[in-house]
Design a binder for this molecule. Structure first.
Ligand code: CDP
Length: 224
């Protein structure tokens, strides 16, 4: 295929680090298309839970991938608010450990990066392994992090603002377990790519993060 997009920004980091917000803001500022790859894993976890199956079991998880893929074209399955629930995040991090699940989602992500929707000037993908596995040639890789307390506070506030019954303690516990699973797994563990720029968002607000990242984007990519 000709004219493959190479204006790609890979954004990785642990849960509630601010990578999703930063990615959406960057996409809007640059006219890029954005893919929240965590939503794919969340949607697989959700399908498995809905089926009453076990997210740690490979054949159950693969059945979840198939079920998701059959729905992807016809509906806004990735914008289901239940995907944001903490329990869906936990199920997502369980299916995400399984290599065959990751493999089944790889092309969806790479195709988006190489051929973003018409009109987009580039693609930005956020997740855990975008810079290391999905788009290792991306000209700009950001690794967004923040201290655990800040991240747990942010996630608690986000869930509560949606009317969900979240406590700081429970969110912190789930987040620790999820981060440990994401970092320790054999398949595409969470880590910064060797050439990633690390952004610690603990003391930065949304606008400051965007400004910083836009500076990197203007140096690394064909954007104005
Ligand atoms: O929103 P938050 O940062 O808490 O999580 P997310 O990005 O929605 O991802 C949910 C889970 O999916 C993560 O804990 C990972 O286990 C998994 N995931 C992954 O393994 N690889 C990705 N590229 C994206 C998410």
């Amino acid at each position: 295929m000709n004219n493959l997009n190479s204006n790609i920004i890979a954004v990785d980091g642990p849960s509630a680090s601010g990578k999703g917000t930063l990615s959406r803001n960057l996409a809007a500022a640059l006219g890029f298309a954005h893919m929240d790859t965590g939503a794919l894993y969340r949607a697989v976890g959700y399908e498995v839970l809905q089926a009453g199956a076990n997210p740690e079991n490979e054949s159950d998880a693969i059945a979840g991938v198939q079920s998701l893929k059959s729905k992807l074209t016809q509906s806004n399955v990735l914008s289901n608010p239940d995907l944001r629930l903490d329990e869906t995040g936990v199920a997502a991090s369980k299916v995400a450990v399984i290599q065959s699940v990751r493999d089944a989602l790889t092309n969806l992500q790479r195709d988006f990066a190489k051929a973003p929707p018409a009109g987009a000037k580039g693609a930005i993908l956020d997740g855990r392994d975008i810079g290391t596995v999905i788009c290792p040639d991306a000209p700009l890789k950001l690794f967004v992090t923040a201290n655990e307390e800040v991240r747990a506070k942010r996630r608690t506030k986000e869930l509560q603002s949606k009317g969900l019954d979240a406590t700081y303690k429970a969110v912190l516990e789930d987040m620790r377990a999820r981060d440990a699973r994401d970092t320790a797994r054999k398949a595409a563990p969470l880590r910064p790519a060797g050439d990633a720029v690390v952004i610690d968002s603990s003391d930065l607000d949304e606008a400051e993060m965007l400004e910083l990242a836009l500076g990197y984007a203007k140096k690394a990519l064909a954007v104005s």
